[in-house]
Design a protein around this ligand. Sequence first.
Ligand code: SAM
Length: 282
Amino acid sequence: MKQYPEWIQEFDGNLWLTENDRDNLKISYRLKEVVFSEQSPIQHVMIVDSHDFGRMLILDGVVQTTALDGHIYNEMITHVPISLHPNPKKVLIIGGGDCGAAREAAKYEELEQIDMVEIDELVVQACKEHLQEVSGNLSDPRVNFLFTDGLKFVAGKENEYDVIIVDSSDPVGPAEQLFSYDFYANIQKALKEDGIMVCQSQSPLFHQDVLGQTQRHIADLFRHSATYKAVVPTYPGGLWSFTIGSKVHPITPENVEVRPLNTKYFNQDILTSCFSLPEFMK
Ligand code: SAM
């Protein structure tokens, strides 16, 4: 076997990827092959082809998105906030190196500019070449790729964006500060006066501390806030949370008419039902 990082093992003649979630839970996927494996200055970037989930993006051994269920996460983090904004023109995505969120945003003809600020150019290169089920090899001229730290990018920005989507990896390494109060305060300033933001707020089952803290930060900084959910099979526990903050527009999905945008998961019923939360998430 070639030299791979420790999360790839050979067992009974098969290659396996094992994601280690906080040392308490290990999730393994049987692989067909490792398609791409390189260390960037930021993290280890890997694309594998798996039996059940097809191609998968793995950063430092953690599954980020897959051909089978990537659309669920990317549609939910993108279409919910954009649908709730009555007149979106300029969108900022922080992270999102698999290009799935930018690809979904590009489905809105009324958007004039989509800035994507990703800290690691290698993630975008690898996904455009080897994970087109998610990236669609995105080449929309409205999408500007900016390869820098999202934290630094938003600091000092004022009144610029209608919608900001924080599509970050887990709160460790380069993404740790993307869950901080100061970062969300800068996002609040970078939004126009009626702007809307969303972030992924982790597993409501396994990362209750992160979800609770994110809900408190966003509620403190925005007039309206809410958490919504989706089931993404490759994330630990399956059930995943997103937290949205709006400066002016109330979060009233029942008043929004969803347009057909060639989505596989998101629709009118999903927009309203995703805000119905189980008791322990409220
Ligand atoms: N859907 C995924 C999930 O929840 O696991 C996250 C998707 S996306 C691949 C996350 C991206 O955030 C990665 O490509 C990573 O390089 C990027 N990222 C992490 N920290 C960042 C930072 N400080 N600024 C900009 N991008 C960052």
